[in-house]
Design a protein around this ligand. Sequence first.
Ligand SMILES: [Mg+2]
Length: 256
Amino acid sequence: MSELRLEDYDLLLIDLDGVVWLENKPIKGAVETLNEIYGEIEIRFVTNNSTRHRREVAEALRDIGVKWAGQDHIITSASTLADLSSAMSIESCFVVGERGLTMELEERGISVKEEGEVCVGMDRNFDYQKLTVALRNILAGRLFLATNEDRTFPTPEGPIPGAGSMVSAISGACGRPPDIVVGKPNPIMFLRASSQVGAEKPLVIGDRVETDILGALRAGMDSALVLTGATKELGRVRPRPKYVLRSLRDLLTSGE
Ligand SMILES: [Mg+2]
């Protein structure tokens, strides 16, 4: 395994759940590390979590002590899906998801109602009624758009069903997969963040091989796997990350 030297990179694309926090509980050493490296290198937080608006994510980061975090440091699968929907001139969406997704869509002038393209993210109030409305919209020819397909979501008490569970239920009902999934491992969020910053050598840091590490590979970027979330040991995981970190704190000691 290679030794990570921060000076080899000009942008860190850092995942949140399982890397910086579990729900809102900070992972040991993460906050101090982020504050220490801030100013040395550009940082963007790139998350598949669609439940909150970027502004709320930034607030939550400031609440745990990452005082410099602002909305512009955050890219979520919800903001990305909303950008894409806007670029596609979509006018209305039926949302299976939480307020983060609804707010991002409405902010771009897209109305959220019963009839529309179906936008699916993690939804802790998912039920049979929503499944039925989603199914009928898709059968009527509407697009089936998903924020991400993470099967589970890490919490301090253990995993809970993630957006992938809602996507699977809807896929099962309508008999086809989503038309677009914007979240990792789709590299679109990494590529957009990198081009916004003008970075030439970004490093992706995340806890999930099938999203963060695979997404980095597809974006042509180096990656570091952190063992504080979904992945507890390197084992035989594929694809292989370039680096493995026991926690984000290993960034501080790397290269010394
Ligand atoms: Mg994660």
